[in-house]
Design a protein around this ligand. Structure first.
Ligand code: SAM
Length: 283
């Protein structure tokens, strides 16, 4: 029987975020697949664990993934970790999970630290509907296409960004969404110098033109405003009256109901129905 691939999140800055289940899963796995063994060894030392490790990072997903899958197929259990946060979220792991899913190898995700969820929760922006955009591409054409596709996006948008690219990204976001668009800039979440700045794209872009960005950032950008609901017109009223008439209502009742639903004047709608209301006035 195949073993299980466990996706084990690790702290994004605060070792206090290690959960009992995370620690137990690492302790019980036959081996740990890590993005950078030097980073993971520090975590294992903290937990007083010694484990065989395999390397799995974005440059060896093919060979590294095949080797891990073979061990899983032979019955070993693997705990996948990355340098910080939840594996497979803008991190190595996505391909490995897909490979396991295709082969019917069980995958178990342990819930835990994830920068995008932490940032969204603290942002003060609408959280009911959101879209995670990850990192913008470096390539200018792809970057522009990505931003263009978001121009009308009404959901809250979450971006990851590295400090050396932050200034350019803030400028590109400002150019796309305008300087007044609300932004929550989350820096060094869960760390000693955690900062949550509720500002606008224009202000943040101007600030980082003058101040060098330091640390890790998540940008939570408010979605576009909904277009104002258009006021119902007499035309809309006539369409509704016609529909209600076809459903069997008398002209008087159809006008009454349509006027109430759309907030129109009953008399005006009645007159319009009698004069130019298509088949509204027909019995
Ligand atoms: N898998 C990780 C997760 O669950 O969030 C994300 C890994 S991705 C390679 C790294 C990016 O996550 C950083 O560039 C930054 O945008 C964001 N990030 C990670 N830790 C953070 C922190 N403590 N504060 C703010 N952003 C962080």
């Amino acid at each position: 029987m195949a073993g299980t691939l466990y996706l084990v999140p690790t702290p994004i800055g605060n070792l206090g975020d290690i959960s009992k289940r995370m620690a137990e899963t690492l302790a019980q796995a036959d081996f740990i697949a890590a993005e950078d063994t030097r980073v993971t060894v520090k975590l294992l030392n903290h937990l007083e664990l010694k484990k065989p490790m395999a390397i799995y990072h974005r440059h060896n997903t093919e060979a590294g993934g095949r080797a891990i899958v073979n061990r899983l197929l032979s019955g070993e259990n693997c705990a996948l970790v990355t340098d910080a946060g939840t594996p497979a979220i803008s991190d190595p792991g996505e391909e490995l999970v897909a490979r396991c899913a295709a082969l019917g190898i069980p995958v178990c995700a342990i819930p835990g630290p994830c920068a995008l969820v932490t940032a969204l929760a603290v942002s003060g922006q609408p959280t009911g509907r959101f879209t995670f955009e990850g990192f913008l591409a470096m390539n200018k054409k792809n970057r522009r296409a990505h931003l263009e596709a978001l121009r009308q996006e009404q959901r809250t948008m979450i971006f990851y960004e590295a400090p050396h690219k932050l200034t350019a990204t803030l400028q590109d976001l400002t150019d796309t969404f305008g300087p007044d668009r609300p932004l929550t800039l989350c820096r060094e979440l869960t760390k000693l110098h955690e900062e949550v700045r509720r500002t606008t794209l224009g202000e943040a872009a101007a600030w980082y033109q003058k101040n060098t960005p330091k640390g890790e950032f998540v940008l939570v950008v408010r979605g576009a405003e909904k277009p104002e609901d258009l006021e119902p017109t007499l035309e809309d009223g006539l369409v509704l009256v016609n529909r209600l008439r076809h459903e069997g209502l008398s002209l008087r009742d159809a006008v009454k109901q349509a006027a109430k639903e759309l907030g129109l004047s009953r008399n005006q709608l009645y007159d319009a129905s009698l004069s130019g209301g298509g088949d509204a006035a027909k019995p």
